[in-house]
Design a binder for this molecule. Structure first.
Ligand code: ADP
Length: 443
């Protein structure tokens, strides 16, 4: 059966789940926990997750960025879905990242955590060990499946033997079956509370970049520049990175203040180089942070350097081919301070406002940043979404990280800090409690 790909809800990401429209699932005789094969440009194996009620009879399959990458598809693409037979794994060997810093019975902890998950040799799994502690927040330890017995895609069960490879994860090759590519750094599931903004981004940037021929046929000019504006820490950079990742575009970032602090003549030179590099690596996204500092209204800045840099930027953008292969995303929290010449047609002529999140937005953002944390039962995310009025994404991320740090401090007496390695069992015993969150809120 053919289904249309949509993003997964933030809280369900990272676990190889596919939320399938319940009507379609019934037709396919699939129920929660079954394994399926998703075929797009390539193939991914996932586990069925009960569909969201709003998707009933819509022909939708929701999968996260990792699975989209493995299946070689983007949002709104059609995929073929069928039940898959997945053999139980007798044995798997897992490679840990270099400088893992954890000892003890990591294998059995991994088995317990990953039980039921389909895995393939060469695949990278982001594994929330302990607090997802080593990276904090939404990050997790990237582990690699070095080998499996039998081969192919297998499912980890309670009786799977889990060995730890002598070689670190960095030395194990990716395989095509495992997706071939690195797992993406930022996906749409890492962004909370910006659904309608992301919808606009998809329409303005992703669609033209993925299907330039479509726009050509229709005689529509794809945008060269999109301006994201809103307060700091609301997710503008995150959006730019996620789009680049979703469409596998080269990503280049440029900071306004940094460009301006270059010596005489070097600012323009650097701008030119960035655009050249982007063109060479197209499709590409150039992200210009704090655009207002590069391109303030001319009367406001008046400086010679500003004028030259703006002129250079204008000519570079005008010089971009109309095939939509390079798109410039500008970000600013002072949209009115930007030179109007830059906001005219053919330049930054589309705008998306990225505002301060509301209660539901805050909840989704908190879900992103606590996804890999072992939360104690006394934590109710709704409660924190309610009481964090005025917090932006960056604040909520700090809150979650700080709560994690508080939990760490509590177990510190059990850890020998002289020791390079932390005991995996101790790490696994940590939970982030309501107390840790409340303490973090006070700070
Ligand atoms: P901006 O570019 O708007 O100043 P960023 O995208 O750099 O903000 O956000 C900084 C950090 O805050 C991000 O790396 C992320 O961890 C967190 N963050 C901000 N907005 C969001 C969001 N909407 N959802 C999830 N995390 C967010």
């Amino acid at each position: 059966m053919k289904l249309t790909v949509k993003p997964l809800k933030q809280k369900d990401a990272g676990r190889r789940l596919a939320a399938i429209d319940r009507v379609a699932a019934e037709e396919l005789e699939l129920s929660g926990g079954d394994y399926i094969k998703i075929e797009g440009g390539s193939t991914a194996i996932a586990r069925v997750w009960p569909g969201y009620p709003e998707d009933d009879d819509s022909g939708v399959i929701r999968i996260d960025g990792q699975l989209r990458q493995e299946a070689g598809v983007g949002i709104d693409d059609r995929v073929t879905v069928e039940a898959a037979d997945v053999e139980p794994a007798e044995r798997i060997t897992i490679a840990l990242p270099q400088q893992f810093g954890i000892r003890g019975n990591v294998g059995s902890i991994i088995r317990d955590k990953l039980s039921g998950q389909p895995v393939t040799q060469g695949q990278t799994i982001r594994f929330p060990l302990g607090l997802g502690l080593m990276g904090g927040g939404s990050q997790a330890v990237p582990l690699k499946i070095a080998s499996t017995e039998p081969s192919g895609t297998v499912v980890i069960t309670d009786s799977t033997e889990v060995d730890i490879s002598e070689k670190p994860a960095e030395q194990i090759a990716d395989t095509a079956a495992g997706g071939g590519a690195e797992s993406p750094d930022v996906t749409y599931e890492d962004i909370g509370g910006l659904d309608s903004e992301l919808e606009q981004v998809r329409e303005m940037i992703e669609l033209p970049m993925r299907h330039p021929e479509l726009f050509k046929r229709l005689g529509i000019e794809p945008p060269k520049g999109v301006l994201l504006h809103g307060p700091p820490g609301t997710g503008k950079t995150l959006i730019a990175k996620a789009v680049a990742n979703e469409i596998d575009a080269h990503f280049q970032t440029l900071s306004g203040p940094e460009i301006m602090s270059k010596y005489y003549g070097e600012s323009e030179e650097q701008l030119r180089e960035v655009f050249e590099e982007a063109a060479e690596n197209a499709p590409a996204i150039v992200f210009m942070d704090e655009l207002d500092s590069i391109a303030p209204k001319r009367e406001e800045a008046g400086g010679d350097v500003e004028r030259r840099v703006v002129a250079q930027l204008l000519s570079l953008m005008d010089g971009l081919e109309e095939r939509g292969e390079v798109v410039v995303i500008g970000a600013t929290n002072r949209v009115d301070a930007i030179d109007p010449a830059l906001r005219r047609g053919g330049r930054f002529d589309r705008e998306i406002e990225v505002g301060v999140p509301d209660r539901d937005g805050r909840k989704e953002i908190l879900q992103v940043h606590t996804r890999n944390m072992p939360l104690a039962d006394d934590i109710d995310i709704d409660e924190y979404a309610e009481t964090t009025h005025g917090f932006v994404g960056a604040d909520l991320e700090s809150l979650a990280k700080e709560a994690g740090m508080n939990a760490l401090r509590r177990i510190r007496p059990q850890i020998d800090l002289e020791d390079d390695e932390i005991d995996a069992e101790v790490l696994e015993s940590i939970q982030v409690t309501g107390g840790d969150m409340k303490e973090a809120l006070k700070g």
